[in-house]
Ligand binder design. Structure first.
Ligand SMILES: [Zn+2]
Ligand SMILES: [Zn+2]
Length: 260
């Protein structure tokens, strides 16, 4: 039971981060009606709970990441930090600056992301609500855990969003293979990215920043894109950008996988 909960929370949390924060909020790869947007926005909050990310803060930071990928101005390049923990701590400070309106980014990074004061500020940034979520996760473990060490999984539930951010930003620019020479260090960590629902196709995504499908080769699989195709077929969302399931042959030959 505990494993099923952990697995569901992991997959759903990274799925909604990819679908809502990343592909919709930051990139606008698809559109939907205002009511559908609200439903998706609220579902994202329910799933991410204690570690819910403010879509505005996420979008600004992520757009900076694309604009400055693996340079000194990149908010979270693994090549400028000693370890993933330091990188995420630094990312958190920048994210808070934008999420709490303490700092203004360049104007080109502003706008186009969903904003909902009730969810993003009142609930999402409330420490009382974060503690309520922490209490709920803990209560589940108290009720269903069968061994003491299962409680060691709890901190991952509390910090699920940042944990995914750390894995994607660290591994996706450090480990794996490259299909394209993007002039940065982005990589595809897994050919079937079931771990982070497609987010680990960083090399493909930095090449085709607006493609809703993060897989670029026939043998690559992006799970979030598979779900998006179903949502588009059901007319819940409308894919705004070219939906090439398999891109035409890449402009550059794939480079041989190299160790970081
Ligand atoms: Zn992106
Ligand atoms: Zn990246």
């Amino acid at each position: 039971m505990v494993y099923a909960f952990f697995f569901s929370h992991w997959v759903l949390s990274v799925f909604f981060q990819s679908l809502f924060h990343h592909r919709y909020g930051a990139h606008r790869m698809y559109t939907m009606g205002p009511r559908t947007e609200r439903v998706l926005h609220f579902l994202t909050y329910l799933v991410q709970g204690a570690s819910y990310l403010n879509p505005r803060g996420y979008a600004i930071l992520h757009r900076e990441h694309h604009a400055f990928s693996d340079t000194e101005k990149d908010p979270h390049s693994p090549h400028y930090f000693r370890n993933a923990f330091r990188m995420m701590l630094d990312t958190k400070h920048r994210y808070d600056d934008y999420s709490y309106d303490r700092k203004q980014p360049e104007a080109r990074f502003l706008g186009g992301y969903p904003e909902w004061k009730l969810v993003d500020r009142t609930l999402g940034q409330s420490w009382v609500m974060r503690l309520v979520w922490v209490g709920l996760y803990t209560a589940f473990y108290v009720a269903f855990a069968t061994a003491w060490w299962q409680f060691l999984l709890l901190p991952i539930h509390f910090l699920m969003g940042p944990v995914h951010g750390a894995i994607v930003n660290w591994c996706g620019h450090k480990y794996g293979y490259q299909n394209f020479d993007n002039g940065d260090k982005s990589r595809n960590t897994l050919p079937f990215d079931v771990l982070c629902m497609g987010e680990l196709f960083q090399n493909n995504h930095h090449k085709w920043g607006m493609s809703p499908n993060f897989a670029a080769r026939r043998w690559e699989l992006d799970p979030t894109w598979q779900v998006m195709k179903v949502l588009a077929w059901l007319k819940v969302i409308h894919i705004a950008t070219p939906q090439r399931a398999v891109w035409p042959e890449p402009h550059t030959e794939p480079t041989v996988a190299r160790a970081a």
